[in-house]
Design a binder for this molecule. Sequence first.
Ligand code: PLP
Length: 438
Amino acid sequence: MSKTAFVNKEQILKIAAKYPTPFHIYDEKGIRENAQAVKEAFAWNKGFREYFAIKANPNPVLVDILHSYGCGADCSSMTELQLSKALGMGEDEIMFSSNDTPAAEFVYADRIGAIINLDDFTHIEYLEKALGGRLPETVSCRYNPGGVFDLGNGIMDNPQDAKYGMTTEQTFEAFRILKEKGVKRFGIHAFLASNTVTNTYYPILAGQLFELAVQIREKTGATLSFINLSGGVGVAYKPDATANDIRKIGEGVKEQYDKILGKAGMTDVAIFTEMGRFMMAPYGGLVTQAIHEKHTHKEYIGVDACAVNLMRPAMYEAYHHITVLGKENDPQDHVYDVTGSLCENNDKFAIDRKLPKIEMGDYLFIHDTGAHGYAMGYNYNGKLKSAELLLKEDGSVVQIRRPENELDYFATLDVLPIFDTLKKEIEASKDIQISNVL
Ligand SMILES: *Cc1c(COP(=O)(O)O)cnc(C)c1O
């Protein structure tokens, strides 16, 4: 199996002439087709909504595309809430699945009509105090059963080690209290495994939450209005992985729904999801140019992007496939470490990767950067964040975020006298012109 980039060399040569590398580029067509497929996969459920986990990619143009397919936003902070509100998301279109939440964020979330999903039992009282002695009409609780999440053929993840959510007993107690305090609509949320590449994760999780919903009704009298399966649906980062089939996932959840909630007469329950990665990862790529080669104890290719543009390989040793544009069909008979320029030895996009022979000036397409890519960016070593581009359905390209410049980077030093001198230095470096060095 091979992975193909959604752009070819010819396109990138044209794009790079206008927008210097590195940049993230997104595939509008792919985003739209996938969003439509998600919508159809859960169309059997009347109240279904995908709340796109905006932390995965907070570019407003992309969030807006998803919004046009009925997606809301799942937020984790004040700025994400503000962005969602500014995009025109209305009542019930914003989910606030935060943790360790400051009071001001609860107050703002409540003000804009976001659904507040409480990470802990103690947050009931905290929220009530933050809101001046009342609770919202709708409250959701985040559940963490502990133990391991097992699909029957292997452990997927370890909820017992996760900081999120309430225990089973706390969950029951939370709904008892919420009901007593006059909350009208209830929901439950759980995120028990990450980047699952299997069509069974959501169905198994759903089965557990549906059983829990029945128990919650029995034990507390609270009837849930929605069940939020959260994120965790993965993508095929590796070329030999089989991508998830969202239609099968939707059918699997429906089977559990009919079996458990159908039997309990709870067929008004809406299914919510908060996918980030699945909605966006495959539809983004980081385009970077090879600018150095080193032949020392290993073979290195140095590119003009670094971990600041894509942190996942450095942070989790995550695999991101690389296509050398224009050499898609060449033999992969070289072994390289592909590195960025940070003074950090983990700044490597690939280690011992088989690739075709790379020449200086070649463009590399690093796959699956549409989620948790640009968004995780940082400024270590004084590196600036890249632009984001959108490849539109008609083949044209628009810049949907400009690259950061030096002034952006130094902006928070405007409290110091040196700020004016920095501005002069930035001006003074603007005359640098590069002749052909590659
Ligand atoms: C990160 C996150 C998501 C999205 O996770 P993906 O793996 O990108 O699907 C959804 N909900 C919450 C609360 C999260 O923290």
